[in-house]
Design a protein around this ligand. Structure first.
Ligand SMILES: Nc1ncnc2c1ncn2[C@@H]1O[C@H](COP(=O)(O)OP(=O)(O)OP(=O)(O)O)[C@@H](O)[C@H]1O
Ligand SMILES: [Mg+2]
Length: 481
């Protein structure tokens, strides 16, 4: 037997729900700045007392002129009909019309059978610019901070990668810069050719920065670093639920991300033949289909490709599609090796030493004439990257402000054979991790030189996997970045 309700509280479920619903409705109607009810056909059937204060601003004097009319005729921009048709509430929204801006809430009303029979609209706040002032102020501050950060980032990007940061004034470099400037203006596909460390990536950035696409994304894909099985998804993306294990939400590919901007295809010579046909089509048609989708996506992408391998030879051997080779070879730019532009050595060293000083926070070193002579006698298989690494090592190994020929004799790879003799002894007495890192760096550079930058062959020569070689290269780059 149930006892009498305590202090008027009902004890059966239905009665509780009814009471809660009534209380909630009363709370809302008290809190709200106004409420209205529309029927299934979207006609206003009722407004509460509070709502009446909005009538003049909406252009009505009498309630009778307002009630009974289709809701969008009397409340411009309302979405009440949308709520009735979709059966879905819009819990919080901003409504703006001639009467002002309001924070509103709209809920469908259903009968016992669950059919939508109308909708309830509530004005939660009028003049949100004053009632919601703290929230809006916070949002404005965040927005301003974001804008400033974006501007700073864009400015940094611009100055970091312009043609001016490509150091050199030898005839070979002046010619490269002339071609790069022309390429930046043209929008055609560019093919950057040159040994490892000659500045292909730097030049790709500079061409993008000098083009009309400078404010749009620059997206890189390193074809040798991405496992073959993942490349297609990397390029073209995956549609939602394309295959088991795929992201349920799908994923955008690099082509999509680069839309409006530049796509940098690094190490294009390492591209699997199977994927080359798809790339060709994407380049020619500027469209593609994401994995597991038959929907064609249109993009506007400028491609810059780079390789240290002999693409023409790969093509003649059937390891690179001829049609793709010709499609890429529209504007080839061949970067000179460091050996072929030794007149730039001093300017390059100076700029690299400046960068090292900024990064390490130490005073900038200079080069004695004997140092320049030692550097000029070396063969530089790793080109500018190797020069940067060696300068960094030399700066680490001595405190003297002026780097001498001897400082370099101790660290230049054997091939250069600059006065070995006594320097050999102190050289071996350095911390083991440092020696190991040096041996690793030198071995990798020699292997790359021996294979003319072909990373797959270099990895074979070193007895490591291509992935490991990339990992080590990235680690060494980071060390000296
Ligand atoms: N002309 C140059 N002026 C200034 N720095 C340069 C120049 N060329 C190359 N560098 C520097 O040398 C390093 C190697 O350059 P980058 O990565 O562009 O070479 P890469 O041709 O892409 O080499 P890889 O084929 O090994 O990828 C970078 O730190 C780059 O900033
Ligand atoms: Mg590169």
């Amino acid at each position: 037997m149930t006892g009498p309700a305590r202090a008027g509280l009902p004890l059966d479920g239905d009665a509780i729900v009814k009471l809660a619903a009534r209380s909630m409705f009363e709370l809302f109607s008290d809190m709200a700045q106004g409420m209205m009810l529309v029927d299934r056909d979207g006609r206003v059937v009722w407004i509460n007392e509070a709502y009446k204060k909005f009538l003049p601003a909406l252009g009505f004097e009498r309630v009778e002129d307002f009630v009974g009319r289709p809701v969008e005729e009397v409340v411009p921009n309302t979405l009440m009909r949308h709520v009735i048709e979709s059966g879905k509430p819009i819990l919080v929204d901003l409504l703006s019309n001639k009467a002002g801006t309001f924070v509103v809430s709209r809920i469908p009303l259903r009968d016992e059978a669950g059919q939508v029979i109308g909708a309830l609209g509530m004005v939660l706040f009028d003049h949100p610019e004053t009632t919601l002032q703290p929230l809006i102020a916070k949002f404005a501050t965040l927005q301003r901070d974001l804008d400033e950060a974006r501007k700073a980032l864009a400015a940094q990007r611009r100055t970091k990668y312009t043609l001016a940061s490509f150091i050199g004034s030898s005839p070979a470099v002046l010619e490269v810069k002339r071609q790069a400037r022309r390429a930046a203006q043209s929008g055609a596909t560019v093919l950057l050719l040159g040994e490892t460390g000659t500045g292909k990536e730097l030049l790709a950035h500079a061409i993008h920065a000098g083009s009309v696409r400078a404010q749009r994304p620059f997206i890189s894909v390193n074809l040798a670093a991405v496992p073959e099985t993942l490349l297609e998804a990397e390029f073209f993306g995956v549609s939602p639920g394309a295959y088991t294990g795929a992201d349920r939400k799908g994923r955008d590919g690099k082509f999509r991300l680069a839309d409006g901007g530049t796509l940098f295809l690094d190490e294009i010579g390492d591209m699997p033949v199977a994927l080359q046909a798809k790339l060709l089509r994407a380049l020619q048609e500027q469209e593609f289909e994401p994995l597991g989708s038959n929907q064609v996506i249109k993009v506007d992408v400028r491609v810059i490709a780079a390789t240290s391998r002999d693409l023409r030879k790969l093509a003649s051997q059937g390891r690179f599609r001829e049609d793709l080779y010709y499609r890429l070879n529209v504007l080839p730019i061949r970067l000179p090796t460091l050996r072929d532009r030794l007149s730039d050595l001093e300017a390059l060293a100076e700029s690299l030493l400046e960068g090292i000083a900024v990064r390490t926070g130490m005073p900038q070193r200079e080069l004695a004439p004997s140092a320049l002579a030692a550097l000029a006698s070396y063969s530089w298989p790793g080109n500018v990257r190797e020069l940067r690494n060696l300068l960094e090592q030399a700066a680490m190994l001595t405190d003297s402000q002026r780097l001498s020929g001897e400082d370099f004799a101790a660290i230049l790879p054997i091939a250069a054979a600059v006065q070995p003799t006594e320097e050999a002894a102190p050289r071996t007495l350095r911390p083991l991790p440092q020696l190991i890192a040096e041996i690793e760096r030198n071995s990798i550079e020699s292997a790359l030189a021996a294979t003319r930058g072909n990373k797959a062959s270099a990895a074979k020569l070193l007895g490591i996997s291509r992935a490991t070689l990339y990992e080590r290269l990235a680690a060494l780059k980071r060390l000296s970045a």
